[in-house]
Design a binder for this molecule. Structure first.
Ligand code: NAD
Length: 355
């Protein structure tokens, strides 16, 4: 393909990568010119939050351990108040997209620097995108203030992520890169990262499934998640993300599993409209077709394949298709109700994507 004109925005995050890299936590706090860190985590990850506090000693001024899905506004306000009351001069978000989202909600108001320590493959730490939920409505926006200043990627912290969630979280990451490859505002640098990110995850997953403590496989998966998250933070997303936002937001389906199930079908929908992107995705997953390759990657690693298996009600598919077609995101192929309804039926049934 000939090189087209593009705009590339480098995002200013510092990345510290490697098994055991959590040992650099204090150095990285000081590097932010900070002395008083508030640690954020979920109740389930309180033990990790405490381990970080122990490492920092007097430089940790508190732990806020109630991070929750979709960042409820009331919780964000409480966390902001706690940060202010403790005189925190940075926040450390250790966990998945929900915890990092809480850090972003604090930074949005206060400008407090965020140090992220991701423990899933969701990729939020690499994006300036935030979300806040109030009265059952999730509002998202983009603001460079919420982008974590430093990210410590320590594969050791992902070993405890259950294998089923590891697989779906990693395919969620692949979705960012796959859609980035056919984004309207794509650029050659993001394309490199996207293909490398998908390939790293595809080669990592069998190792993670075979042995969840395999640190080489965990490092590959986390490296891939970093690259895929960077793509999400740089270029626009399309049909697949619109479908998943609709299914997650209006039908309360779980985030990573929904992405995993829908992605092969969204790729099949766009197959003919984005041949260069499909070639790159197929090459990265080692298959001759992108959609079938991603479906096979999910199947071979034990992921759920049908929306019917994760709580979707078949009677809601018409409504889901209507919502997905209303205010569609830009997509390489026009978004048409009948074809989207058929796509959702396939995703519901868990059959192989139609290419
Ligand atoms: P999550 O953060 O909700 O975590 C799911 C559960 O797994 C939590 O209970 C958590 O404590 C637990 N967990 C996380 N890491 C673990 C580990 N290593 N070991 C054991 N348990 C662990 O899930 P997620 O998929 O990372 O994030 C999903 C959320 O992130 C969604 O709300 C999504 O919208 C958001 N997100 C935002 C962006 C963005 O750019 N703003 C990007 C991706 C995802």
């Amino acid at each position: 393909m000939p090189l087209h004109d593009f705009v590339y925005n480098a995002r200013p995050a510092r990345v510290v990568f490697g098994a055991g890299s959590l040992q650099h936590l204090e150095r990285e706090v000081l590097n932010l010119n900070a002395q008083r860190a508030l640690i954020l985590c979920t109740p389930q990850q309180r033990d990790i939050g405490e381990a970080l506090a122990a490492r920092l000693g007097s430089r940790a001024v508190g732990i806020f351990d109630r991070a929750a899905m979709h960042v409820p506004m009331a919780l964000a306000i409480e966390a902001r108040e706690q940060a202010a009351a403790l005189g925190a001069d940075c926040a450390i978000a250790v966990g998945g997209g929900s915890t990092i989202g809480l850090g972003k909600a604090i930074a949005l108001e206060s400008g407090l620097p965020i140090l992220a320590v991701p423990t899933t493959y969701a990729g939020s730490e690499m994006t300036p995108i935030y979300g806040l939920t109030e009265n059952s409505l999730k509002r998202t926006g983009t603001d460079l203030r919420v982008l974590p200043r430093t990210v410590i990627y320590d594969p050791e912290l992902t070993v405890s992520l259950p294998v089923d969630l590891s697989v779906t979280s990693a395919i969620n990451a692949i979705a960012h890169a796959a859609e980035g490859l056919y984004a309207r505002d794509t650029n050659p640098v993001m394309n490199l990262m996207a293909e490398e990110g998908i390939a790293a995850i595809a080669r990592a997953l069998p190792g993670v499934v075979a042995d969840s403590g395999d640190l080489h496989a965990r490092a590959d998966a986390l490296y891939g998640a970093w690259l895929c998250g960077t793509v999400l933070g740089n270029v626009g997303m399309a049909l697949h993300h619109k479908l998943c936002h609709t299914l997650g937001g209006s039908f309360n389906l779980p985030h990573a599993q929904t992405h995993t199930i829908v992605l092969p079908h969204a790729l099949a929908y766009n197959d003919k409209a984005a041949p260069d992107a499909m070639r790159r995705i197929a090459r990265a997953v080692g298959h001759d077709n992108a959609a079938l390759g991603v479906y096979e990657l999910a199947r071979a690693n034990g992921a759920p394949l049908g929306l019917k298996d994760i709580g979707m009600d078949g009677a809601q598919l018409d409504r889901a298709a209507e919502l997905a077609c209303a205010n569609p995101y830009w997509n390489p192929r026009a978004v048409e109700y009948a074809a989207i309804r058929a796509l959702l039926q396939d995703a519901f049934d868990g059959v192989a994507p139609r290419v």
